[in-house]
Design a protein around this ligand. Structure first.
Ligand SMILES: [Zn+2]
Ligand SMILES: [Zn+2]
Length: 346
């Protein structure tokens, strides 16, 4: 994500650019994980893992690890020709088509509003900001605080999508992926993109507002390749969250940071893995809310939904229509007082 919160916070011009840049990061674009250098990096890292692990760590379409040739390790045909991977492409293209609508009509107003409100609340509470001088240390802190606030907002948005019936009706489209590819990151119903973007841009704008207040709007993040430095570090291996090769950290580190491989568990069909590892960057919130699951090194994580639900969310049109059908049913049930429990009707 790019530089944030410089200039006059009252004007909101920077915040607007932040919103657009943020949306570019959330919905694949020039600075997202699908930015070609990050994709090349994914392949290079996968190559390094192949050598270091003697060909182990790659999972098949059933989510089970298996030995394979180098070509199959990097680009397994069973995964990239799977219907699920093709549906990923369709959902990605629809997301891209909707981007101008959400980016301009919604986020262009939302992010500046949050930033201006944050500055306003701080001014009312503490008077004029101290206008501290900016140095590298403050810039680094700005990047870190932004990352942590976005991480927090992402967790609560994700928790809501898993723990509410309407949220799950929409978010289920992401979990109907039967195989994981970097494009699965964008496999979401078009109703979900603005919800996610609103939540994460709230964290971004909150941080932007706080630092704009303290530094008189004169601070920017340190960026690498036009991405905030800490987000850049996160993005380095972020594609492995939706890649069939499991990239895990040492167990002690996974108690603090989400390794990409922990997202394999999040996508698992197995009941013991449901609603686990909801975080984006840190594991802090998962620990606090009891949703952290650190799998054993070779634990199986078959991806997708239980069979009867998977059957309703397999093709592109099914994935596009299912949330509307389900929300309609939920609203009807709530009117008649026969609301069933959340998730899979279990
Ligand atoms: Zn999820
Ligand atoms: Zn995912």
């Amino acid at each position: 994500m790019s530089a944030a919160a410089a200039g006059d916070p009252a004007q909101g011009g920077i915040a607007h650019r932040v919103a657009v840049a943020l949306y570019g990061a959330i919905v694949p674009g020039a600075q997202s994980s699908l930015y070609w250098p990050f994709l090349v990096l994914t392949v290079v890292l996968a190559l390094a893992l192949y050598v270091m692990r003697s060909g182990r760590g790659a999972k098949g379409a059933d989510g089970r690890e298996r030995p394979c040739t180098l070509r199959e390790y990097l680009l397994p045909s069973a995964i990239y020709t799977h219907l699920s991977a093709r549906v990923d492409i369709g959902l990605y293209l629809i997301d891209r088509a909707m981007m101008p609508v959400w980016g301009l009509a919604f986020l262009g107003a939302w992010a500046p509003f949050i930033e201006r409100s944050t500055v306003g609340v701080l001014q009312r509470a503490f008077g004029a900001g101290p206008r501290l001088a900016v140095n590298v240390g403050w810039k680094l802190l700005f990047g870190l605080v932004t990352l942590l606030l976005v991480d927090m907002c992402f967790f609560f948005y994700h928790l809501m999508m898993h723990r509410t019936r309407i949220g799950w009706a929409i978010h289920k489209v992401h979990h109907s992926a039967e195989v994981l590819t970097p494009l699965t990151r964008s496999r979401e119903h078009f109703l979900e993109a603005p919800i996610e973007a609103a939540a994460t841009s709230f964290g971004l704008s909150l941080s932007g507002g706080i630092f704009a207040y303290v530094f008189g709007g004169a601070i920017t993040q340190i960026t690498v390749m036009n991405v905030g430095i800490f987000f850049f570090l996160y993005t380095l291996n972020g594609n492995f969250r939706h890649y069939h090769v499991s990239f895990r950290y040492p167990r002690w580190l996974e108690y603090w940071l989400q390794s990409p491989g922990m997202h394999h568990t999040h996508h698992s069909i197995l009941r013991k893995h449901w609603d686990s590892n909801l975080g984006l960057v840190t594991s802090i919130w998962d620990r606090l809310f009891g949703t952290l699951y650190i799998a054993e090194p070779n634990e199986e994580t078959p991806w997708g939904l239980p069979p009867e639900h998977q059957a309703q969310c397999r093709t592109l049109s099914q994935n596009l229509l299912a949330p509307f059908r389900e929300i309609h049913a939920i609203l009807r049930e709530s009117r008649t007082g026969s609301l069933r429990p959340r998730r899979f009707g279990a």
